[in-house]
Design a protein around this ligand. Sequence first.
Ligand SMILES: NC(=O)c1ccc[n+]([C@@H]2O[C@H](COP(=O)([O-])OP(=O)(O)OC[C@H]3O[C@@H](n4cnc5c(N)ncnc54)[C@H](O)[C@@H]3O)[C@@H](O)[C@H]2O)c1
Length: 296
Amino acid sequence: MWTMAALEGRVAIVTGAGQGLGREHALLFAAEGAYVVVNDVGPGLAHAVVEEITAAGGRAIAHTDSVSDWSAAEGLVEAAVQGFGDLHVVVNNAGILRDRMLVNMTEEEFDSVVDVNLKGTFAVGHFAARYWREQSKLGHDVDRALINTSSGAGMQPGVGQTNYAAAKAGIAAMTQVWSKELKRVGVRVNGIAPFARTQTTQATPGLVERLAETESDPDFDPYHPGNISPLVAYLASTDCIMTGHVFRVVGDLIGVYEGWHLVDTFENGRRWEIPGVAKALSSVPAEPVVEPPKMP
Ligand SMILES: NC(=O)c1ccc[n+]([C@@H]2O[C@H](COP(=O)([O-])OP(=O)(O)OC[C@H]3O[C@@H](n4cnc5c(N)ncnc54)[C@H](O)[C@@H]3O)[C@@H](O)[C@H]2O)c1
């Protein structure tokens, strides 16, 4: 068990932390001794969370610019370093959802989802990595952690989410790239694919009733957004040695994903003829089995 607060003295940025999962991460991080930069573009949201943290005796500052704005992402990293003297943890959590079937999806719906989720994660990750590389060159080697927010929609995609699935699968891929690139500067990079009750999921047709059912359970609410944060806090802590993973996290379940991998191979010894391809692939199912993301 922890002998002290799990994140004592850690300086952390949590993006999109004005509500939902990000707010829960920020509150838990602060309660566990972290200095938190609460980022959110929603009017008044970041400041309200900062007030909540400081009222409880924690340390936090607000940052209200968009993560997908290149210079704002640089400013976010600077805000942590100037405000609290260093940066140990980044939780890329900001995200938006604009579901639509492929035939109806607009350019704006595609661009905005990729902009916030994928580019926002890249932009903040980029400037944090630059800072961390500088620190490593200066010999300031301490454990640093980056946690990206993917989704079951990116890992086990379904219909209506061309934009979101592409962005979230891209985030899982970036997580693996960064874990390899940043190892030598002492940064661990992991991802989560969460599920919980937030304004986003509450507005999703089909999920509303399921989420409402458990809301008043006094013993354990499997869809409470706070269920996601202990894993994120663990990944952010110096006790964690893991890097390059993406975890499913919902209710009391923590799952470990494995990425795309070959399940079968066929070789011909020379360039294939088309009939040979057909024959070789005759044992492969017409469609792959993609299970839906795990739920309680
Ligand atoms: N809730 C779930 O079940 C679930 C499932 C899978 C993935 N996720 C992911 O988890 C993350 C949090 O989701 P949530 O459900 O808490 O959503 P939420 O909408 O409750 O919170 C997201 C926050 O991000 C902020 N935000 C949006 N664009 C931003 C930008 N450009 N810069 C800074 N902040 C921005 C919003 O203002 C909002 O407060 C998202 O990345 C989401 O895709 C959530």
